[in-house]
Design a protein around this ligand. Structure first.
Ligand SMILES: [Zn+2]
Length: 316
C-alpha cells in the first residue's frame, strides 16, 4: 500500500508519497492555484496523483489531505477557510472519482499533529498537543494515541482561543477580537516589528528592515545580536503563547507539546517567556515534567496526512 499526503495551504500545496513503512518516495511543492474553479482545482490535484501513480507504478493507494480550514473529517469536506477560495469543497468524493483512491480529509494542523506523533515522537508519548506557528496558529490534540477531532471535526482551533479582551483586543482574521492568532500570528509580528523600527530608527531591527523585507527570521537575527526591541517582541510572543498553553495544559494534562511551522524557528528566543508563564502557574503538577519540543521534520503536514490515510486504511 502506498499513501499520498497532500497539504493544502493558502500559498503552497505540498504533495508526497510514502510506502507502508512510512518512507518518502517522492515529494513536490506547488503554488496554490487560487484562480481555478473548485472543479478545476480537484482536477489539478487528481492529475498530480494520477501522474505519480503511473511514474511510481502504483496499483493500490490511498490519499490523505490536510487543508488549512474548518473541515468535516467524516464526509471529507472543506467547510470554510479564510485563505482558500473553495468553500464546501467535496475533496474526498471528488478525488475518489478522479483517481480511484480512497481519500481522507482533515484540518492541516490535525495532520501535522498526527505526523509529529507518529514520526517525531514515534508514539512515545500518548497524550500530546501540537501548535503550528505561522500566519495562522493551528492546533492538534492526540489523546491516548488517537487524533481527537471533536464532534464536528473542529477540535484544536487553538489560534482562536481568547487571550485578549473580546471587545477591545486585537482583531483576528476570523472576525473576532482577542484571539491568540491576532497576537502571535505573523501578521501581528510584522505590525509590531514595523512600529518598533519606526520608533527606534537606530535599532538593529530598523537597520535590517532598511536592507530587507520583514520576515520572522529577521526578528531572530536581531535577537541573536541582542537587540532589545527584538527580544521584547519575542518576549511578548512567548508570554501570549504561554498563557494559552497554560490553559490548555490544565484542560488536557498532556505529556508534551510539539511546535511546528515557520515561527517555531524562533523558539530559542520565545521559549524562556513560555516557560516563565508555565512555571508561575499555581497548580504545579501538570506543568512539572511537561516536554516542550520543536518539530524538525520537513513537510510534517503532508507527511502526517499520508500517515493518517495509511492508518485509517489499515483499520478498515
Ligand atoms: Zn480568531
Amino acid at each position: 500500500m502506498i499513501a499520498f499526503g497532500i497539504d493544502i495551504g493558502g500559498t503552497f500545496i505540498k504533495v508526497l508519497g510514502i510506502n507502508a513503512k512510512g518512507e518518502v518516495l517522492k515529494s513536490e511543492k506547488f503554488k496554490t492555484p487560487c484562480q481555478l474553479s473548485s472543479r478545476k482545482f480537484l482536477q489539478f490535484l487528481a492529475e498530480i496523483i494520477n501522474n505519480w501513480k503511473k511514474e511510481l507504478k502504483i496499483k493500490k493507494a490511498v490519499i490523505g489531505v490536510g487543508i488549512a480550514g474548518d473541515t468535516d473529517n467524516k464526509k471529507g469536506i472543506l467547510r470554510f477557510a479564510p485563505n482558500i477560495p473553495w468553500p464546501n469543497l467535496k475533496i474526498a468524493s471528488g478525488l475518489k472519482n478522479l483517481t480511484g483512491c480512497k481519500c481522507f480529509v482533515s484540518n492541516d494542523a490535525n495532520m501535522a499533529a498526527f505526523g509529529a506523533y507518529k514520526k517525531e515522537l514515534k508514539e512515545k508519548y500518548k497524550n500530546i498537543l501540537t501548535f503550528t506557528l505561522g500566519t495562522g496558529i493551528g492546533g492538534g490534540i492526540i489523546i491516548d494515541g488517537k487524533l481527537y477531532q471533536g464532534s464536528t471535526g473542529s477540535a484544536g482551533e487553538f489560534g482562536h482561543i481568547k487571550v485578549g479582551d473580546t471587545k477591545t483586543g486585537n482583531l483576528c482574521g476570523c472576525g473576532a477580537r482577542g484571539c491568540l492568532e491576532s497576537y502571535i500570528g505573523t501578521n501581528n509580528l510584522k505590525k509590531l516589528t514595523l512600529k518598533t523600527a519606526e520608533e527606534n530608527p537606530k535599532s538593529e531591527i530598523a537597520k535590517l528592515l532598511g536592507k530587507e523585507k520583514f520576515s520572522v527570521k529577521l526578528l531572530s537575527i536581531a535577537a541573536q545580536k541582542r537587540d532589545k526591541n527584538a527580544l521584547s517582541i519575542w518576549n511578548y510572543f512567548g508570554t501570549y503563547l504561554g498563557q494559552a498553553l497554560a490553559d490548555l495544559v490544565l484542560i488536557f494534562n498532556p505529556e508534551g507539546i510539539v511546535f511546528s511551522g515557520g515561527v517555531s524557528g524562533g523558539a530559542k528566543y520565545f521559549m524562556p517567556a513560555v516557560k516563565k508563564v508555565l512555571q508561575e502557574q499555581k497548580i504545579k503538577e501538570p506543568f512539572k515534567n511537561i516536554k516542550l519540543l520543536i518539530s524538525r521534520t520537513k513537510d510534517i503536514g503532508a507527511l502526517g496526512s499520508a500517515l493518517y490515510a495509511l492508518s485509517l486504511s489499515n483499520e478498515e
